[in-house]
Design a protein around this ligand. Structure first.
Ligand code: ATP
Length: 225
């Protein structure tokens, strides 16, 4: 599906991950793990840029419009699929069909509050589910998520991950929850100390394996003192 070969990833002159080599296969569920600040989001956003036409991105920042309703925030996810006049008409006075579609997605995501409610009035977990609903409404084959379940209780996180898996051919998520990654993903990529330190099938790994590959960015080996 995508091969990233010896590619430097970063921001302008600031290279966060030099010479990255990662291959993504179709129909895989991939978790990207690693300590805070090592470059997981940087990698995910690069993967999204390469596969943008087939992907939806549920980013950490969410990008919700606080003063708009749940309906409008989710509807924005489908703007690219429809004509400008259809989008304008729906934003002014929502048609029945998209209301039903968005309602069904919200039900799947256990978001059972009225679609007319403003996003500014929602809890953190409810906002995260609106962001997930907007991603699902894009109807793309690849889902990319940056900590997309972090504001949910762990059991709901697993249920909603299953909804995401059922709705997409491939799922690529940055996670901090190693247990979720081990139990529910096919493959785990660990980024640590500026590089990919592990890339393996999840069923061959344990928490102990993962922790061996976590190196905090500014950790200096004892021998250096
Ligand atoms: N827009 C940006 N411009 C410049 N540097 C950035 C930008 N975004 C992130 N960085 C830097 O890139 C590095 C990696 O950031 P990134 O967000 O990819 O890490 P992460 O592993 O996803 O972190 P976390 O787990 O805390 O979300 C950090 O040092 C960060 O300060």
């Amino acid at each position: 599906m995508l091969a990233v070969v010896d590619t430097d990833l970063g921001y302008g002159q600031h290279i966060v991950l030099p010479k990255v080599n990662v291959t993504l296969h179709e129909r895989e569920h991939v978790a990207i793990l690693g300590p805070s600040g090592v470059g997981k989001t940087t990698l995910l956003h690069y993967l999204y840029q390469q596969l943008a036409k087939q992907s939806c991105l549920c980013s950490q920042a969410q990008g919700l419009v606080d003063n708009l309703s749940i309906f409008h925030n989710v509807f924005i996810g489908g703007l690219a699929r429809q004509s400008r006049w259809y989008n304008m008409a729906n934003l002014l006075l929502p048609f029945t069909q998209p209301q039903q579609q968005i309602n069904a997605i919200c039900q799947q995501l256990e978001l059972t509050i009225p679609l007319q409610k403003k996003v500014s009035e929602l809890s953190g977990g409810q906002r995260q589910r609106v962001a997930l609903a907007r991603a699902l409404f894009q109807q793309q084959p690849i889902f990319m998520g940056d900590e997309p379940f972090s504001a949910l209780d762990p059991l709901m996180g697993v249920r909603l991950l299953n909804v995401v898996k059922q709705s997409h051919q491939s799922v690529i998520c940055v996670l901090h929850d190693a247990d979720l990654a081990l139990a529910h993903f096919d493959r785990i990529i660990v980024i640590s100390a500026g590089k990919v330190t592990l890339d393996a099938k999840a069923n061959q790994l344990t928490l102990a394996h993962l922790s061996q590959h976590y190196v905090v960015a500014d950790e200096v080996p004892r021998s250096a003192y």
